[in-house]
Design a protein around this ligand. Structure first.
Ligand code: ZN
Length: 133
């Protein structure tokens, strides 16, 4: 897996997700995702956790992609998911379902936290990535 440094735009994307999860109105949601399209638009969303029906829940990446898709944009350049627990932000790797879903919208850079540092890797590279947290 090739890990790259974040660009200024990537850092802005992380900041966008941090801001969204901090300002969320539904306190049950703990994860926000922000994505940038090839055309330069930024879309974001938060996860919807349904405790009574886990399979009905959706990840934040799905929410952000749904907004992007509604606007008829369909190619993701970069995406990040950020959680906020006990006042600490963490960048989360996408789950298997999200990786599969994202692959329908290009081969974006996924921003990851690797050994405490933010890096980015192509989606196609992280499908084999064993995340060691
Ligand atoms: Zn997911």
């Amino acid at each position: 897996m090739i890990l790259r440094r974040l660009s200024k735009k990537d850092i802005e994307l992380v900041d966008d997700a941090r801001l969204l999860i901090r300002r969320r109105r539904n306190r049950k949601s703990r994860v926000a995702a922000s994505l940038r399209t090839k055309s330069g638009s930024i879309w974001n969303g938060i996860n919807i956790e349904i405790r009574e029906c886990a399979p009905c829940s959706i990840c934040a990446e799905y929410a952000a992609i749904a907004k992007m898709f509604t606007d008829a944009d369909d190619e993701i350049e970069a995406i990040v998911a950020v959680s906020l627990k006990k006042g600490r932000y963490s960048v989360l790797p996408p789950c298997g379902k999200c990786r599969q879903f994202m692959s329908a919208f290009g081969n974006p850079y996924v921003i990851l936290e690797v050994k405490g540092k933010l890096k980015k890797a192509r989606l196609s590279d992280i499908t084999l990535f064993q995340y060691a947290g």
